[in-house]
Design a protein around this ligand. Structure first.
Ligand code: ZN
Length: 327
């Protein structure tokens, strides 16, 4: 069985090369992000999932004994082939290089830049097929794809705004993923947030001194705002006396590091032609102060207090825990 998905990128896609660039969209990078999500979802539903990169062989699946976890069964591990193939074809074009300068900040933290990822043209195709004829996993992968296109992102650097896609030709049944996952046992751990904005013509120049190339992004249907909102969220955490530095780093990563449990998309134009942004993340269950903070994000006043008036949040954000998304 094989299926073809046609996609439109809403923000640039990123899969990294060895030299830190994104010369093309690599299948391995996309599969890596699908695997990461499948692991998280499976763990949330109470499955015992291995750690395929662990040094300690005890933590990895043991092919010899036939002891293979649900993720390795689908995505493969040493000695075990993955059950599906993916080929990405069609045209992508480079997104523009973006440089930021935050006003009123010390020099070392004031400059940011976003490297060019890839934007789809009209014919960006993801083709999926079953490698073993007696398995039918394509529906499940497409279901996962659909779930991520609605709620999160794909590829790498999603914490920095990359990877929001919209399938233009795809028939996915969320039911297939729901059935595989069953009941979510780790309740209130993974959350998804969507905000809608009214954006004035001058919004970008109000936020940043450096406004070069913003027009190009806007004409491509997105505003490269992820670093700005990450900064606002980080500052908000810093102001909370009950949240310490290590808790903040756990959620947001250290400044300029790539590790972050909280992902913030750029602002992009959604299907309804409205400016939208996604925030999603993993909240450690034991971390009650962070959980209290996360709840404040549901309220429009949190955002109104922080954003400039030219970048106006329209209504209370839509907030869902994983189990509500899969309801
Ligand atoms: Zn495994």
């Amino acid at each position: 069985m094989s299926e073809t998905i046609q996609i439109k990128t809403l923000t640039p896609l990123w899969t990294g090369d060895i030299d830190g660039k994104c010369s093309r969209i690599k299948e391995t990078g996309v599969i890596g992000s699908l695997r990461w999500w499948y692991e998280e979802l499976m763990k949330a539903s109470g499955e015992d999932i291995c750690n395929p990169t662990a040094d300690n062989s005890e933590e990895r699946c043991d092919k010899e004994n036939g002891d293979i976890c649900q993720v390795c069964r689908l995505f493969g591990c040493t000695g075990q082939k993955k059950k599906f193939g993916l080929r990405i074809s069609g045209d992508f074009t480079d997104s523009t290089f973006v440089k930021y300068h935050y006003p009123n900040r010390p020099n070392k933290e004031s400059n940011w830049y976003l490297k060019p990822g890839k934007l789809s043209t009209n014919h960006s195709i993801f083709e999926l097929w079953d490698i073993f004829e007696n398995y039918d996993n394509i529906g499940l992968i497409i279901s996962l794809f659909g779930f991520l296109s609605e709620n999160a992102g794909i590829g790498a650097k999603t914490q920095f705004g990359y990877g929001i896609i919209e399938p233009t030709v795809i028939d996915y049944e969320l039911e297939l993923l729901k059935r595989r996952l069953g009941e979510i046992k780790e309740n209130k751990k993974i959350f998804f947030l969507k905000l809608n904005f009214d954006i004035s013509e001058t919004a970008m120049s109000e936020i940043f001194d450096e406004t070069r190339n913003w027009g190009v992004c806007k004409s491509n249907g997105y505003l490269p705002t992820s670093p700005y909102f990450r900064y606002l969220l980080r500052e908000s955490l810093r102001e909370k006396s009950d949240i310490n530095k290590s808790q903040r780093h756990n959620l947001m990563g250290k400044l300029n590091s790539t590790n972050s449990n909280l992902k913030v998309s750029h602002i992009y134009k959604n299907k309804k032609d409205s400016w939208e942004m996604r925030v999603w993340g993993n909240v450690p269950p034991a971390n009650s102060d962070i959980r209290v903070w996360i709840k404040t994000l549901k309220d429009i006043t949190f955002w109104e207090d922080k954003t400039v008036t030219e970048l106006k949040v329209k209504e209370n954000p839509k907030f869902k825990w994983l189990e509500e998304v899969l309801e």
